[in-house]
Design a protein around this ligand. Structure first.
Ligand code: GN1
Ligand code: MG
Length: 359
């Protein structure tokens, strides 16, 4: 993108002064992100991926409503709403995004002095990550409006199984015959996973605001490594908040890589599970229902299972969703996530004991 056109885009937003500098920030896979400097402040400017998020207007409306709710909570607690919550900057004509031909752009305030981390290398970081997501959810526990479903059936295993059955029936890449063992991993757990989702469908597990991308790098810390706020709100939707707990456990506790070729490196670190759960419950325990508490440990197995299914399904489909670096990449990811799932299943009784002892 040329700098001239970036400056043209920036002019549409309600920044406090004209942009003097615009440069790329980070290496996100989905959106393109820039940092904009004016004489007084800095801002984040993002080109939103219109393929992954077909309804940018609904997505930005979700973000606006959720951040408004959070800001009211922070103000009531005497905090600083511009540091403890993401601040969306509307356009000069009051819209939440700017459309420039094919592209959709949105802006937010850059939080000065903030720090991010990529891996939970210390117990404190795992605990603080749990606190960050726990506090985010606790402040949203009384948000009772439904949010737009920006990605259909994202963590809905009934919908995922519909896609799965179709993928197997079509066998687009002709790979099904070689995958008898891997397909068996999915089929043998079908009933158990659907039984969990049925609790959501029946309202036993309540619908809440979910973040849907709870990796550690989506939390901003201050200079003392205390949590400032949760960022990357593109996927906020309504679902069971257990999904956010489960997805964090899937990413924080893995002793190997998501696409590790050496399965002996992959396992769930039970101490990291304990530290994350401790932090999470310290903020969120008092707003959880009894059924949410009961299914906490299982949610990690559920989300990890779903990830095995999604990677394998993409391999069967001929690698159309996830970016791949080599032809069997999705199969390698499938096997590595399956190893993680097995490790969780082996340690499930301990996970439950830990969760119970902390509640
Ligand atoms: C995608 O690109 P990233 O890391 O934000 C995916 C997640 C998966 C993850 C697996 C919108 O997230 O659901 O868990 O890959 N996001 C979307 O690495 O599909
Ligand atoms: Mg993301």
């Amino acid at each position: 993108m040329s700098n001239k056109s970036l400056f043209d885009i920036a002019e549409h937003f309600g920044f406090d002064a004209p942009a003097t500098d615009i440069r790329p920030l980070g290496e996100g896979f989905i959106n393109d992100t820039y940092i904009v400097t004016t004489a007084k402040s800095r801002y984040i400017l993002q080109r939103k991926n219109h393929i992954v998020f077909p309804d940018v207007e609904a997505m930005m409306d979700n973000i606006w409503r959720v951040t408004a709710h959070l800001k009211a909570k922070v103000v009531a607690a005497g905090g600083d709403p511009e540091r403890e919550v993401l601040t969306v900057i509307p356009t000069n004509d009051g819209k939440l995004y700017h459309r420039d031909g094919e592209n959709f752009w949105a802006a937010s305030l850059f939080i000065e002095g903030s720090v991010t981390h990529n891996t939970a290398d210390t117990p404190r970081l795992a605990t603080m990550g749990g606190k960050g997501i726990g506090k985010f959810q606790a402040m949203l526990a009384d948000f009772d409006e439904l949010l737009a479903e920006v990605i259909k059936g994202f963590h809905n295993i009934r919908w995922r199984f519909e896609q799965w059955d179709k993928a197997l029936a079509e066998d687009k890449a002709g790979r099904k015959a070689e995958l008898t063992e891997e397909i068996g991993w999915i089929e043998s757990r079908r009933a158990k996973m659907l039984a969990f989702w049925e609790l959501v469908e029946r309202g036993v597990l309540p619908m809440r605001v979910t973040h849907n991308d709870t990796k550690l790098s989506n939390i901003l810390f201050d200079q003392n490594d205390d949590v400032l706020c949760v960022i990357d709100l593109d996927t906020v939707m309504s679902s069971t908040s257990l999904n956010d707990f489960g997805d964090a456990i899937r990413s924080y506790t893995n002793t190997g890589a998501e696409d590790d070729t050496d399965l002996s490196r992959v396992s769930m670190n039970i101490d990291t599970f304990r530290h994350y759960t401790e932090g999470y419950l310290s903020e969120r325990g008092s707003t959880m229902t009894a059924s949410e508490k009961e299914w906490l440990a299982f949610s990690a197995l559920y989300i990890t299972f779903e990830q095995v299914l999604r990677f394998l399904m993409d391999y069967i489909d001929g690698d159309t969703y996830y970016k791949t670096a080599y032809p069997t990449h999705n199969l390698v990811r499938t096997r590595a996530q399956y190893r993680l799932l097995q490790s969780m299943e082996e340690q499930y009784d301990t996970m439950q004991q830990i969760a119970k002892s902390l509640i």
